[in-house]
Design a binder for this molecule. Structure first.
Ligand SMILES: O=C(O)CCC(=O)C(=O)O
Ligand SMILES: [Mn+2]
Length: 199
């Protein structure tokens, strides 16, 4: 099957671990409710976000700049475990909070110049199961989808950001919240070439 380069670790975190951390992450994270302007029109981002990471690991997408909050103990512990499992290093983690099935993440790739040409992006999911969809950049039909459940770790690598786009579609059936954490390595010494993208 034609799928993006990835490795899935089902139940990477135990139910007890995700349950213990959920309350703290949901209530202590200073969630951002951003708006983006596309083609002159302003829209709310259909989810809440936050960035944690090393000083200097700021991240910009859709003309938004996020400055990292300092690592919390639980995020630093998970970073180290994810790093070990995926044999890669991360200096930041982007949190997305999908309040229910009305929240979503539009088609995009994590292809900002500061992530480098073939980034390893490690995505850890907590809470309700959501579908993540993939399509090839040069096609309009979806090729592959994966259900990401509580505690699952999806590591994307190789061609996954260069040749593919991904999204988390809206779902009328989903009534519960989900938090997704994407661990990334951000390197601002890589010259900036890309422009703003839809998302
Ligand atoms: O929520 C997810 O599973 C994906 C998040 C994502 O693609 C991103 O933040 O770039
Ligand atoms: Mn992404």
């Amino acid at each position: 099957m034609d799928v993006p380069d990835h490795t899935l670790f089902p139940r990477f975190l135990s139910f007890d671990e995700t349950r213990a951390a959920w309350g703290e992450i949901e209530t202590t994270t200073p969630w951002r409710e951003d708006t983006i302007t596309l083609f002159g029109r302003t829209h709310p981002v259909p989810r809440l976000t936050a960035l944690y990471g090393d000083p200097g690991a700021h991240y910009s997408y859709s003309r938004l700049r996020l400055d990292p909050l300092p690592w919390t103990p639980v995020l630093a512990e998970w970073r180290d475990r994810v790093s070990e499992a995926s044999s890669a290093s991360y200096n930041s983690v982007l949190l997305n909070f999908y309040r229910d099935g009305r929240d979503s993440n539009g088609w995009h790739a994590d292809d900002e110049a500061e992530l480098g040409p073939e980034p390893v992006i490690a995505s850890l999911s907590l809470g309700v199961t959501r579908t993540m969809a993939f399509r090839r950049r040069d096609e309009t039909t979806m090729r592959w989808k994966v259900s990401l459940a509580d505690g699952d770790l999806l590591v994307m690598w190789g061609n996954s950001q260069r040749d593919w786009l991904h999204s988390v579609p809206k779902s009328t059936r989903v009534r519960d919240p989900r938090i997704n954490l994407t661990f990334r390595w951000i390197d601002h010494s890589i010259a900036h070439q890309g422009g703003p993208r839809d998302r």
